[in-house]
Design a protein around this ligand. Structure first.
Ligand SMILES: [Zn+2]
Length: 149
């Protein structure tokens, strides 16, 4: 049965992200599970552009983008699933951290990581997608081991 948080993730990041997050929750260790839920809460509570937090709204933002940037609904859905929307001034922007990506990047998620390595949305998406990046996994473990004094 789909739980309430899963419906929230689908509305925010799309069905693919929900599936990947569920897969990682069932396969990952306790540190990864805690990190995933921590990221979801952080993204819900502290995104810099909450007005465009919904996946569907970000897909719609691409209707005004040039065909050179987005030439199909599939591309728009993929960018929106990565938290990106189209800004009228011509850029791709992350709704969580507001990073502005250079247009024309062939791998927006990689570009996002490069420009804003501390964004918790890209950390969540990379972890959910099964990344085995050592820096990311060390981050996850370090967050788990942090103690309240
Ligand atoms: Zn970001």
């Amino acid at each position: 049965m789909e739980q309430h948080w899963q419906k929230t993730v689908v509305r925010m990041l799309g069905p693919n992200a929900r599936q990947q997050i569920c897969n990682r929750l069932s396969q990952g260790d306790s540190a990864q599970r805690l990190f995933i839920f921590g990221c979801i809460v952080l993204i819900l509570a502290a995104s810099t552009q909450p007005q465009i937090m919904l996946h569907q709204d970000r897909i719609s933002s691409f209707s005004s983008s040039p065909a050179s940037l987005v030439n199909s609904l599939a591309v728009a859905e993929q960018l929106a699933s990565n938290g990106l929307f189209y800004d009228a001034s011509g850029g791709l922007i992350c709704f969580h951290c507001s990073v502005r990506l250079q247009s024309g990047s062939s791998d927006p998620l990689q570009q996002h990581l490069h420009q804003r390595p501390r964004c918790y949305l890209q950390k969540l998406l990379r972890l959910a997608a099964g990344s085995d990046d050592k820096i990311l996994l060390a981050d996850v473990a370090a967050d788990h081991d942090r103690r309240v004094p």
